[in-house]
Design a protein around this ligand. Structure first.
Ligand code: DX5
Ligand code: ZN
Length: 215
């Protein structure tokens, strides 16, 4: 299992220290949650903080934009050196165009679905994305309870990916812990985002190891 700890649950007063354990851990990606107070009812952090974190981080960045008009920030996200740029399906009209622009900017295009958005809507763009991120909570806050219907969605998405020949990986975000992580691994998830479960622990590296061991 690939694991992407979410910085949203980190101690922002000690970012250097947080990035120190993170860089030494077995985590695969750093998940960065950008919120604008419009697409979601919360505001997190913006580019000044992202640039600082990008300098401190030695692992690939997975930038999750919970904002309206994410296409306006493709250049800024690319300049961070991000590997994945995750844009919400619900925030876009011209999905195909934006995914292409993300790829042209040198990043892997990723599309995110809110819990109520069916995976079947992706059938005509599934071969244009390198990742599908399924939200397993309503986006906007860390520490929420996992929505169990996500497990069924993962199975339907896995089928869509297999049948289409897409290379997309399946990432899940929200309420991930050992129990939900195990269920998600069984359902077919490839990448688990974990905020409070990892950063809320006295031994975050150990939590990363435990999630990574799921298969
Ligand atoms: C929620 C964010 C998540 C969040 C997950 O809107 O997209 O990435 O950090 O937090 P946990 O793992 O605590 O549910
Ligand atoms: Zn996220």
């Amino acid at each position: 299992m690939l694991v992407a700890p979410s910085l949203l649950a980190a101690d922002f007063g000690n970012l250097e220290r947080e990035m120190q354990w993170f860089n030494q851990s077995k985590a695969d990606l750093l998940h960065l949650d950008v919120m604008d107070g419009v697409f979601v009812p919360n505001i997190s952090f913006g580019f000044p903080v992202l640039k600082h974190v990008a300098r401190l981080c030695t692992k690939p960045l997975d930038v999750h934009l919970m904002i309206v008009e994410p296409q306006k920030f493709i250049r800024e996200v690319a300049d961070l050196g991000a590997r994945y740029m995750n844009v919400h399906y619900e925030a876009l009209t011209h999905h195909h165009r934006v995914l292409q622009q993300i790829r042209e900017a040198g990043m892997k295009p990723a599309i995110t679905l809110c819990p109520s958005t069916p995976v079947e809507l992706l059938s005509d763009i599934i071969c244009d994305v390198d990742m599908v991120l399924l939200m397993s909570v309503n986006p906007g806050f860390g520490g929420q309870k996992f929505i169990p219907q996500t497990l069924e969605k993962v199975k339907r998405l896995r089928k869509l990916i297999t049948e289409s020949g897409s290379q997309a990986v399946i990432e899940i975000d929200g309420g991930v812990n050992m129990e939900t992580g195990r269920q998600l691994a069984e359902a077919g998830a490839d990448v688990l985002v974990a905020g409070s479960f990892v950063f809320g622990s006295n031994d975050p590296s150990d939590r990363v190891d435990a999630l990574k061991a799921l298969s």
